[in-house]
Design a binder for this molecule. Structure first.
Ligand code: PEP
Length: 261
């Protein structure tokens, strides 16, 4: 199926999401935004999401305010609105700084900072209750894939989300399938591998009463050389990109690829 046919069916543009991780403080983020805006124009077939570090959120959302195709988001939040949680940021705070979306359960949060499936689901539900969109990351490690446990891990990660997020709220939730072995390694999942897990996720949530077609991005070593092949698969609604999103020229080039293929 061509992208045009798929978009005709889903009425949904492709999402290109940039996860800057712990890169680009306010000054670097401002100069990225300026250069990127000079290089790109809004395009109806795509939506551009940026996840700067929390301290750069306000700068990026201010710089991008004239662009209806851009959504700025936080990389992480606490589920409580305020209180004695030193070092955390709340959903109302990131919303005030311009965030419309929140990355939840990125593999670095899960594996380096010990976030559990339960906490990830709690955050996603809180983000939805506050009226923002969660972009919830799921994915297996290399050991899990090699021991044939990919499906088991994906179902285990989905279960608390299905329990905590009411079926009708899933229309505002976006999933990112990010195999841990593909993140920052230069080794992306094949389009077939990614598509297979996307279908598993859709089948699982559909069987549990979630109506419609849940949006799912793929993430893990996406770059200008593989994005067209990945986005040629109708199971993918976009990409979540770390390393290749850090340079404004490279990112502007990447977001120009795939949408018309
Ligand atoms: C990510 O940070 O979510 C990611 C997919 O990183 P990279 O593109 O560098 O693999």
């Amino acid at each position: 199926m061509t992208h045009e046919a798929r978009r005709g069916l889903t009425m949904r543009p492709l999402i290109y999401a940039a996860n800057w991780k712990m890169n680009h403080g306010p000054a670097a983020a401002a100069s990225f935004a300026k250069r990127f805006l000079d290089l790109t124009a809004p395009a109806p077939e795509r939506s551009l999401w940026f996840f700067p570090p929390a301290v750069s959120l306000a700068v990026v959302s201010q710089a991008m305010r004239s662009r209806p195709d851009v959504l700025v988001g936080a990389q992480n939040v606490h589920w409580e609105a305020k209180g004695a949680f030193t070092g955390e940021v709340s959903i109302p705070m990131v919303h005030e700084a311009g965030a419309g979306v929140v990355l939840v359960g990125h593999s670095e949060r899960r594996h380096l900072f010990g976030e559990t499936d339960e906490q990830v689901a709690r955050k996603a539900a809180a983000v939805l209750r506050a009226g923002l969109k969660p972009l919830v990351c799921l994915g297996e490690t290399l050991a899990e894939r090699e021991s044939g446990r990919t499906e088991h891990v994906i179902l285990r990660q989905l279960e608390p989300l299905l329990e905590k997020v009411p079926a009708e709220e899933w229309a505002r939730l976006v999933i990112a399938y990010e195999p841990v072995w593909a993140i920052g390694t230069g080794k992306n999942a094949t389009p077939d591998d990614a598509a297979q897990v996307h279908e598993l996720i859709r089948f699982t949530v559909g069987r549990r009463g979630v109506p419609g077609r849940v949006s799912i991005l793929y993430g893990g070593s996406v770059n200008a050389g593989n994005v067209i092949a990945l986005l040629a698969r109708p199971e993918l609604d976009g990409v979540l990109v770390g390393g290749a999103s850090l340079d404004p020229d490279g990112w502007a080039e990447l977001v120009g690829l795939g949408a018309g293929s």
